[in-house]
Design a protein around this ligand. Structure first.
Ligand SMILES: Cc1cc2nc3c(=O)[nH]c(=O)nc-3n(C[C@H](O)[C@H](O)[C@H](O)COP(=O)(O)OP(=O)(O)OC[C@H]3O[C@@H](n4cnc5c(N)ncnc54)[C@H](O)[C@@H]3O)c2cc1C
Length: 313
């Protein structure tokens, strides 16, 4: 007979793994579906995590493994599959509708779903970017800013996130260069005013980064002025790439309400369809970090348990 679950968790980053821990402790019949061979999500790609309470300086990979180990010890079941859609069974009260989570290998029938599919930081795709990732190239100013105290850094981008990053870093770093490929910024006017009020921020207009340079770690950026074609070198110890984040929500866009691609859900993690929850970086929220993703996983699993207790389908 076809297997039916209480809960399907999509994604095994910090949000999905925290949800699995809470769900197992609540004795929900749960499966975690992860598209990659390894659990841990984005954090696997960072060397040091300095802001997860109680584990200062832990490696990102090690932290991801610790989360997974914890879920394993409680007996969580993991399957490797990529989810492409969630379907609702026809008709009836919200508490009677089974959900069908469509994977490439299988369809999983379940009472409730937690989407913890996270987000992907866009890359520049220039030489040196990958080589120095975690050694001077960062995609997260909140995470890594403190490593560049009193140093010179460049932020690349011109939208809200780039402006926020530059303002945040100006409080830590000696000098912040904002590199933007156009002659005007896209970010909110209020943010622009704040940015221009900071004496240690310099905007370099009409310029793109061509290469990240250095020996063991970043020492400079090779830049190109797009109007004149002039190529030059800017000495910096850190490069913050802020050219956009894509939430991994494409599979759910027809079913759930989204805002700029993020699944609309508040502090209770409830998405716009009863019985479906969104946790971590994939949902609308002000701060995307390991600690907030893990907190979301706990809240979503607790609310999923309440939903399951009322389920009569
Ligand atoms: C380079 C870098 C450094 C960072 N440093 C820090 C730091 O120092 N401190 C900090 O607090 N935060 C840091 N962050 C942010 C932190 O990693 C994220 O906030 C956190 O990982 C979000 O967790 P999540 O579980 O919501 O999503 P993710 O970590 O993105 O995990 C989502 C998981 O879902 C899987 N998935 C996606 N789509 C599907 C699908 N369709 N089917 C099945 N599986 C799917 C993915 O493979 C992934 O494993 C950093 C991020 C980056 C990129």
């Amino acid at each position: 007979m076809e297997k039916r679950y209480d809960l399907v968790i999509i994604g095994s980053g910090p949000a999905g793994l925290a949800a699995a821990i809470y769900a197992k402790r609540a004795r929900l019949d749960t499966v975690v579906i992860e598209k990659e061979m390894m659990s841990g999500g984005q954090i696997l790609n960072t060397t040091d995590v300095d802001n997860y309470p109680g584990l200062m300086g832990i490696g990102g990979f090690e932290l991801g493994m610790k989360f997974r180990e914890h879920a394993d010890k409680l007996g969580a079941v993991f399957l490797e599959d990529t989810v492409s859609e969630i379907r609702l069974e026809d008709g009836g009260e919200p508490e009677k509708r089974w959900k069908l989570v469509m994977g490439e290998k299988e369809a999983y029938r379940t009472k409730t779903v937690i989407i913890a599919s996270g987000a992907t930081h866009r890359k520049l795709g220039i030489p040196g970017e990958e080589k120095f990732s975690g050694k001077g190239v960062s995609y997260c100013a909140t995470c890594d800013g403190a490593f560049f105290r009193n140093k010179s850094v460049a932020v690349i981008g011109g939208g809200d996130v780039a402006l926020e990053d530059a303002v945040y870093l100006s409080g830590l770093c000696g000098k912040v260069y904002l590199i933007h490929r156009r002659d005007e910024l896209r970010g909110a006017k209020s943010l622009q005013e704040l940015l221009f009020s900071k004496e240690n921020i310099e905007v370099i207009w009409d310029t793109v980064a061509e290469e990240v340079e250095g020996e063991d770690k970043v020492s400079a950026l090779r830049l190109k002025q797009v109007k004149t074609g002039q190529v030059w070198q800017l000495e910096v110890q850190g490069v913050f790439v802020a050219v956009g984040i894509t939430p991994n929500s494409q599979a759910f866009e027809g079913l759930l309400e989204t805002e700029q691609g993020y699944i609309r859900a508040g502090e209770d993690c409830a998405a716009s369809v009863p019985g479906i929850f969104a946790a971590g970086d994939v949902r609308t929220k002000p701060l995307r970090q390991v600690v907030t993703a893990a907190a979301d996983g706990a809240v979503a699993a607790t609310n999923a348990e309440r939903y399951v207790s009322r389920f009569t389908g």
